[in-house]
Ligand binder design. Structure first.
Ligand code: NAD
Length: 259
């Protein structure tokens, strides 16, 4: 059995679905104890049960990433169950498309809160735990190609992911003295339930032509990603192999926007 993460405890937010669920399975398969943190506890429990059925170590916790008390409680549960925290994946995210001239404050607030301010909270609370353990530790943020180039049908989402990139750099500079690294990866188009809803919402606002199929059509490697395509990078960013890397954003987009 692979064991690159044997002695590691890793919290992954938004891990009940899509990319986060793929990470929970992939990191657990490398020996990590994983905490499947999500708003949707039932779905998180299913992911955790699947991992334990395969002989892995997993715990499901209900966490709203916009609520500091819940984030802190999730980390406390991880430490109570597995003894320490080694890496924290700020992965939960949402999208809600609107044409640029129709952008609403409600959508802006929701997206910036869930996608960007949650990264502030998650990084602060994980770092406090790392400091209680004497320093060291890894933060891994889910950015997006949308943080590198603005997409017209979902500008607040693009802005929130640009914020994730800036926060990755700022936190890396803030926390380096305590040997805490902060990195991000930027996926392109990944086949997950997020896209099922996004495609429907795009049709509802008359932007059906800019959905999954059209976005995936321009990818050099000829297909959209599955969450499994991202797991190798997640394992790398959670393992000692990446100890000398901080403040970086790794694109995983099959050759798409190339920036
Ligand atoms: P998904 O919808 O399959 O999963 C997102 C999960 O986040 C869900 O389980 C949901 O319950 C959870 N969540 C939502 N709000 C939450 C909150 N407030 N607190 C805790 N959990 C919450 O989506 P996905 O495609 O797996 O996306 C995961 C991350 O990857 C997101 O940050 C997304 O922006 C990013 N991303 C996705 C793609 C893609 O093409 N799918 C591309 C680039 C980046």
């Amino acid at each position: 059995m692979p064991d690159r993460l044997n002695d590691r405890t890793i919290v992954i937010t938004g891990a009940a679905s899509g990319i986060g669920a793929g990470f929970a399975r992939g990191l657990a398969a490398e020996g990590a104890a994983v905490v499947v943190a999500d708003l949707n506890l039932d779905a998180a429990q299913q992911v955790a049960d699947g991992i334990t059925a395969e002989g892995g170590r997993a715990l499901a916790v209900r966490v709203d990433v916009t609520d500091r008390d819940q984030v802190r409680a999730g980390i406390d549960r991880a430490v109570a169950e597995f003894g320490r925290l080694d890496a924290y994946f700020n992965n939960a995210g949402v999208n809600k498309p609107e044409k640029f001239l129709d952008i609403t404050k409600d959508a802006w607030d929701l997206i910036m809160n869930v996608n960007a301010f949650s990264v502030v909270i998650g990084t602060q609370e994980a770092a406090q735990q790392f400091l209680r353990q004497g320093g060291g530790g890894k933060i891994v943020n889910t950015a997006s190609i949308a943080g590198r180039t603005g997409f017209p049908s979902f500008a607040p989402y693009s802005a929130s992911k640009a914020a994730v990139i800036s926060l990755t750099q700022a936190a890396a500079r803030s926390l380096a003295a305590d040997r805490i690294t902060v990195n991000a990866f930027a996926p392109g188009v990944v086949a997950t339930p997020l896209w099922t809803k996004l495609d429907k919402d795009l049709v509802d606002i008359g932007e059906g032509d800019s959905g999954f199929d059209s976005m995936a059509g321009g990818i050099l490697l000829g297909r959209a990603a599955d969450p499994e395509d991202l797991v190798g990078t997640a394992v790398f960013l959670a393992s000692r192999d990446s100890d000398y890397i901080t403040g970086q954003v790794i694109p995983i987009e099959g050759g798409m926007i190339l920036v």
